[in-house]
Design a protein around this ligand. Structure first.
Ligand SMILES: [Zn+2]
Ligand SMILES: [Zn+2]
Length: 320
């Protein structure tokens, strides 16, 4: 089958073996794939991952190795973390934190950047009829945006600022705004900010923002140390800083403001897919304006190149 793999370099191959579903797993024919910054990080060595890339997809269930076959023929998305189902985390529904987990296209599990992918049936959610593939493929990053609200309660009168106008920053801003919070999105790219502004989000260019410790909640979604430092400089004493991007430190930075201002720092990663699907179904946010380009899987390498360009937001790949 066609697949995009990473093994020292990024490769598009046409002769990768089709996966076989293990007990409890489904074989899914992939329709649409989203390129995520995590995929790009993997091509730079993140997690030391080798194999098929990709964790954002929609597809149709073709085969199930198990008794309950009700999802066969259904359009689905799939939670990317596969837990052991036995540990305390798994028992609390937190497979995302299982120590023995595998993660689609990131850790110990072949990804979805291919014609077929396998996942446990229990990870799959049916896509509502009214939600298109090009929308449902956003469910993983949207769930990551919603995760913030699973972790903290933000009262409606509090000031929230989101830093970073990339894919994740935009989705976070749209999501928190749709939930009625008092938010502002800050970034460096006017055209990207306008995607959020058109859906009612207050936005500002970083160059025009006054850096003052006045925000109760600051969401860091830039992925850079300077972004982190700016985030700290915006968090009011006793405020909360939410880290949404994995920042690989390449220089020393000063953590003293966290102590001096008694800032609560919260790391935030994957969220629940069901809530994200409901948000898409409700039409309270429109993810389609985030799509910069759609490539066919045969042009996957070009799609990765496009993803690297600063002007791109979300690059999708279609498998036919
Ligand atoms: Zn992702
Ligand atoms: Zn577990």
């Amino acid at each position: 089958m066609k697949a995009v793999i990473f093994d020292k370099i990024l490769k598009f191959v046409t002769d990768y073996p089709k996966p076989e579903p293990q007990k409890g797993e489904a074989l899914i024919k992939v329709n649409t794939i989203g390129i995520c910054n995590t995929d790009f990080e993997i091509t730079k060595g993140y997690m030391g991952y080798k194999g098929i890339l990709g964790h954002e997809f929609t597809g149709v269930v073709e085969e199930i190795n198990g008794d309950n076959k009700s999802l066969i023929g259904k359009r689905v998305v799939g939670e990317i973390n596969c837990g052991c189902k036995e540990c305390d985390y798994c028992k609390q529904g937190l497979e995302r934190h299982c120590f023995n987990r595998s993660t689609l296209g990131i850790w110990k599990r072949e990804g979805c950047f291919a014609e077929y992918v396998c996942l446990p049936v229990s990870n799959l959610l049916e896509i509502p009829d009214t939600v298109k593939d090009e929308e449902a493929v956003f469910v993983e990053p949207l769930a990551a945006a919603l995760e913030i609200l699973e972790q903290i309660h933000i009262a409606p009168d509090k000031k929230v600022i989101v830093l970073g106008d990339g894919k994740l920053g935009l989705l976070i801003a749209l999501t928190l705004n749709a939930c009625g919070l008092n938010i502002m999105l800050v970034g460096k790219h006017e055209e990207k900010l306008s995607i959020a502004a058109q859906q009612g989000v207050k936005t500002k260019l970083l160059s025009e923002l006054e850096i003052k410790k006045e925000y109760d909640y600051v969401v860091e979604a830039t992925g850079s140390i300077t972004g982190f430092e700016t985030s700290l400089a915006l968090t009011r004493p006793r405020g909360t800083l939410v880290l949404k991007s994995t920042i690989a430190a390449s220089k020393e930075f000063n953590l003293a403001p966290i102590v001096i201002d008694e800032i609560t720092v919260i790391g935030s990663r994957c969220g629940q897919f069901a809530a994200a699907l409901r948000l898409l179904e409700s039409r309270r946010i429109d993810v389609k304006p985030l799509i910069s380009d759609i490539f066919s899987i045969d042009k996957a390498i070009e799609a990765f190149e496009r993803n690297k360009e600063k002007s791109s937001v979300k690059v999708l790949v279609k498998v036919d």
